[in-house]
Write a protein that binds this ligand. Structure first.
Ligand SMILES: Cc1cc2nc3c(=O)[nH]c(=O)nc-3n(C[C@H](O)[C@H](O)[C@H](O)COP(=O)(O)OP(=O)(O)OC[C@H]3O[C@@H](n4cnc5c(N)ncnc54)[C@H](O)[C@@H]3O)c2cc1C
Length: 509
């Protein structure tokens, strides 16, 4: 039996929601993964009379497709969709059986209207928390549109294929055999990438807002809810709703919630925001801000939004080391998310740049998967908490290089090594390895503001205790400001604070 009792009980409940028959077509060999896959498929069939199984030969073995009776949907799982992909399997079964997906009708219509042939392949790992969103979005598109197919490929079960295609980050998505994208992508993002997103004309007739929030992370969401509760016209423009929380695995310090996961918290944030009359403009990037009669925010698509007040909540992103090789080998050995991409470096040698908490946590995590980890720290001492350092030094397959400056990430098509300078002796050192994880903190997303708003030398927006910037009517909150501590709960508090500050400003002006 492949499924544990509690999972089986849960699954049983879900399978009762199936609305029609589903045919699983299975391509299996005599290897161990094939045997496990057959065991899973048979177990599913014994649990629901709606699930039928037949053997076939598919492009990859082991794999199975999930179909309506008499009609292939194009949804294929290569490998065994357990781990983080178990939900993807359950959703595929339900949706293929005819159960309506939980997405807006407008999005369903958008998918159904896509013309042309789209053959998607997504490479994932079962421990990747960013992968299921992509798998589920592409599966749904396949279920809804006969011209679209999607194969999820577990890199762990198809190691040779992953090696030969030089896939070094998950999820990596190919469309008709060509690179399409990597990293977490929502359904809306994928549709926008296919060219079926909104253009500037959709924003042309928007009335001015009372409060326009730029950024849809915890700070922006909180600011929007506080504004909307005052009954004033509120909008949010966000490049990617959820912000950094979307990339966060476990959260244990969001007070009143003992433990949660980033995407789960983002889903609740979105639900809370959508409970109010807030105009959410997701997947839109602000490119320019100017104060005229109104404050104007120009989007990258050319549309100009007007508002009486603006709250900047654009957060922060991973800091790059900025050495030769980093940009060239991004997703070809240079990675930023150890949780996601760690499994692809199983048995290999990797480096972690950065000896702060995130760097050392990454090194400890990776040491359990890879052959050897080299930590490079610029300062003479590691900055991580003592407990983490203790744990790190107890591991047999970790080397720590302190007081070194990364010089170059080397390689031809992919990462092959890292060179560094010993800051005391000025000697150059080199380590041959296959992966480099960059963990050296964050930079605020404020470049687009130029000189319009006062910022510190680190680019952080300077605010007063009301969240106000130097430009009247423009407020800021969260990780993009000079607030010293960057945390979810702090961002939410500062979003609320800035929103109340903006409301106060509106009343007085
Ligand atoms: C891996 C990781 C783990 C973490 N773990 C924890 C934890 O356990 N607990 C905790 O409290 N904190 C944690 N943090 C920190 C926490 O996620 C941040 O402090 C918090 O998300 C900041 O919220 P924010 O709204 O200010 O910014 P962000 O979350 O960065 O959101 C910024 C928003 O602005 C948008 N945006 C950016 N530029 C533009 C633009 N030009 N136009 C339009 N929109 C734009 C983004 O798309 C996004 O929607 C973690 C961070 C990371 C990266």
């Amino acid at each position: 039996m492949l499924l544990e009792a509690d999972i089986k009980a849960q699954l049983n409940q879900y399978l009762q929601l199936m609305e029609g028959d589903v045919l699983l077509k299975v391509s299996a060999g005599s290897d161990e993964t094939s045997r496990d896959m057959l065991a899973l498929v048979d177990e599913l069939a014994t649990m629901s009379s709606r699930i039928k199984v037949e053997t076939t030969e598919l492009e990859r073995t082991p794999s199975f497709s999930v179909n309506r009776v008499g009609e292939d949907t194009g949804v294929i799982f290569a490998g065994i969709p357990l781990g983080h992909e178990f939900t993807s399997l359950v959703l595929a079964l339900l949706q293929v059986s005819g159960r309506a997906p939980k997405v807006e009708q407008k999005v369903i219509d958008q998918i159904k209207n896509i013309k042309g042939d789209y053959r998607f392949e997504s490479y994932i790992s079962l421990s990747c928390h960013n992968c299921p969103d992509v798998v589920q979005a592409l599966n749904l598109m396949s279920v809804l549109n006969p011209n679209i197919s999607h194969t999820m490929i577990d890199g762990g079960a198809f190691k040779e294929e992953v090696e030969s295609k030089e896939i070094m980050a998950v999820p990596t998505v190919l469309l008709n055999g060509e690179a399409f994208g990597s990293g977490r992508m929502t359904l809306e993002e994928i549709l926008a990438k296919l060219g079926s997103g909104p253009d500037a004309s959709e924003f042309a007739d928007k009335d001015p807002y009372d409060v326009l929030i730029v950024g849809g992370g915890p700070a922006g969401a909180s600011a929007a809810i506080y504004a909307a509760r005052k009954g004033i016209r509120t909008g949010i423009v966000a490049e990617r709703f959820g912000g950094q929380v979307m990339d966060t695995m476990g959260i244990e310090n969001f007070i009143s919630v003992k433990k949660t996961e980033g995407p789960k918290l983002v889903a609740s944030l979105e639900e809370h925001v959508k409970d109010y009359n807030i105009d959410v403009m997701n997947l839109q990037r602000a490119a320019r801000l100017e104060k005229k009669d109104f404050i104007e925010v120009e989007l990258e698509n050319g549309a100009v939004l007007k508002s009486k007040s603006v709250i900047l909540a654009t957060g922060a992103r991973w800091r790059n080391v900025g050495v030769p090789g980093e940009a060239e080998f991004k997703n070809k050995g240079v990675a930023y998310c150890p949780h996601c991409d760690g499994p692809l470096f199983e048995g290999k040698d990797v480096a972690v740049i950065g000896g702060g908490n995130s760097g050392i946590e990454a090194a400890i995590d990776l040491a359990g998967i890879v052959k050897h980890v080299t930590v490079l720290e610029f300062m003479p001492e590691l900055k991580a908490d003592a407990v983490l350092q203790e744990r790190l030094y107890s591991l047999p397959n970790v080397t720590v290089l302190k007081n070194v400056q990364t010089k170059e990430i080397t390689g031809t098509d992919k990462v092959e090594g890292i060179s560094y300078i010993d800051r005391e002796t000025e000697e150059v050192g080199h380590v041959e390895l296959q992966g480099v994880f960059v963990q050296i903190g964050l930079v605020p997303n404020t470049d687009w503001l130029g000189d319009t708003i006062e910022r510190t030398k680190f680019g952080e927006i300077v605010t007063d205790k009301h969240g106000a910037t130097n430009v009247p009517g423009v407020f800021a909150a969260g990780d993009c400001t000079n607030n010293p501590y960057k945390q979810i709960i702090i961002s939410m508090g500062s979003g609320a604070n800035a929103s109340l500050g903006a409301f106060d400003y509106l009343i007085r002006n």
